[in-house]
Design a protein around this ligand. Sequence first.
Ligand code: ADP
Length: 668
Amino acid sequence: MKSMDIFSAQKRIAKIGATGFAARWRAPIAPALALLAILAVTVTILLVLFRHENALQRNQLMRDMQSIEVSVTRELLADQQFVDRLAFELAERRDANAYFVLQAEEYVRQRPAIANISWNSVSSDTHLYAPQSRARADILSERPAMEELERIMRLTEATERGTYTNVYRDYQQHSYLEYHSPVAHNQTQLGTISVTYPLHRLAELLVPANFTNRYSVAIMESDIATKREQAETINDNLSQSVALTLPWRDVRLVATLLKTESSLTPRILAALTLAMAAFITWSLLALRKHVKRRDEADLALVASHERFETVTEALDAAVYVADLKSNEVLFANETCRQFFSNASLNLEAGADVSAIESGFDAAPSRIFAASTLIDADGKHLGVQKDEFFHRTSNRWYLLRAKCIQWVDGRVARMHMASDITDRKQTDELNRQQQEKLLLTSRLLTVGEMASTLAHEINQPLSAIASYNQGCVRRLRSGAWDAEEIASTLEKASAQAERAGQVIQRVREFLRNREPTRTAHNVNDVMSGVAKLVELEAEQAQVELKLKLHADLRPVLMDRIMVEQVVLNLVKNAIEAMKNTNLLSRSLTMTTLPSGDDVVEVSITDQGHGITAESEAELFKPFFTTKPEGMGIGLNICRSIVELHEGRLWFSRNAGAGSTFRFTLPVAA
Ligand code: ADP
């Protein structure tokens, strides 16, 4: 069987099964691509930022180099001028030594970049220096080697101009540079005045502080400076060198950009981006795991729905599911179409459940309202059921309803309808049969009663006749007493009344009608029946005992029917005692409350009792041990009691005879 193609939930499920997985796989790929794109863009931006910052820094460095060069050159030139002037003046002065000390001492104090100023005589016998506060040994340690001094001496003599020494190192490998200016008198070289610069500290002493904060500045020989600049470029550090125009000396000023905070920003950005990418990757993996779990759950759902479909399709009952709120049909099996289908039944997608339910004589959506299926806290209640007649198919259905959660999470009501038309018809036939039996039984009982009734009516009639004759006799004799006559006539009319009552009861009993249940006291029924069988009991010499409970709650019953049950049981009891010992023929009619809401009636005799063989057949129709018996009395009695939701049974007495009991529920 194939299920109807009308239900969106099924389609949704189908989608999960077919295209859902592809869509779910696309889901993590899209963010992955987006992540890659973000990364690419961020890396590009970072590169551009790096380049831009590099270019800015390089420009800045070049500008700064110019300033540094100007500043350093100015300082060195100022020193050159001072030394040149001092050398010139000393050549002319007699107090040259004192003058040197004075001037040099004063100048060296103002110029921290200068390690010392020395007067170097040609003969090397005089060596004056400033500052004199320093030890001679210290001064000498920062001076060039003798050969270099001699070379400079010769050079200055030849050129008659100041010059710089080569860069030289002390024993600590600190490099130094000196400027020498010749002191000559009358074409005779007397020596030189030199100023010594500690090159390793020169930059820091000469370069303004605002540059040294940002650059590491050094003055070094050209070839070393070039090598250093190349190395820095390879290391990607910004470095720039510029030649200082010093006489006879090719030295260069090298500035290398220090790592500043500003250059850290792009790195921090890059680190943040990487962290972000790592976080997004982690999120993606988590998302994928989650999606996988959902897929598995969906698959399980699909499988369970398929099972549900297979089971419902195999059922010989119509099953349909509708949204509790919107009444939209979510599922219906093929049997639904067979049961309720007609030309006008709309089974298109999203159909309203009324398409299925409109054929019922009562609306299931009203009978099984949401409040009967689900409580105030949203808890699903148990299965509800009711019988419905379906007009269109002209059949009876037992409709069960239950609240369920549908696959897509919606709260729905699920119905299962089973065809109970055959059972209904059988029930009706049974009911009619019972009715007929009841009537037959009544007629039979009345037939049996006819002879005793004749006797009963005959009794008062003969009594009336004898009372009348007595009166007539007294009146004729002339010796009569009015009071006596009146009393006799009253007795006669009482007898007539009794006969009338008997007839009235028989008429009532015979009236054929539908059972009607009204509240009655069972005691009244018992007394009524007792009166009815009074005569019969008398004839059978059976003593009737009534033990009626004084405080009985009323019972909802068809009085005539219940009377018939009691009558039947009492007559059976009398008949059971017909051939027993005359002394022990008593019949007890008892009423008792049993529990809070049941009344129990019992008829106890001292008759021949019931054999084990009879017991099995007792309530079966047409079982009788009597020659004129019909054998339907007990069967009808049990049906009537059960019709009143009661129970009828019998038990053997401890002594002789048996007791028949039945219960009836009290009126609510
Ligand atoms: P009927 O009275 O026409 O036989 P019933 O269905 O009333 O039909 O009774 C069936 C049989 O049950 C009787 O024939 C009798 O054998 C037995 N029976 C009924 N009531 C009693 C009783 N009180 N004591 C002994 N036997 C009884």
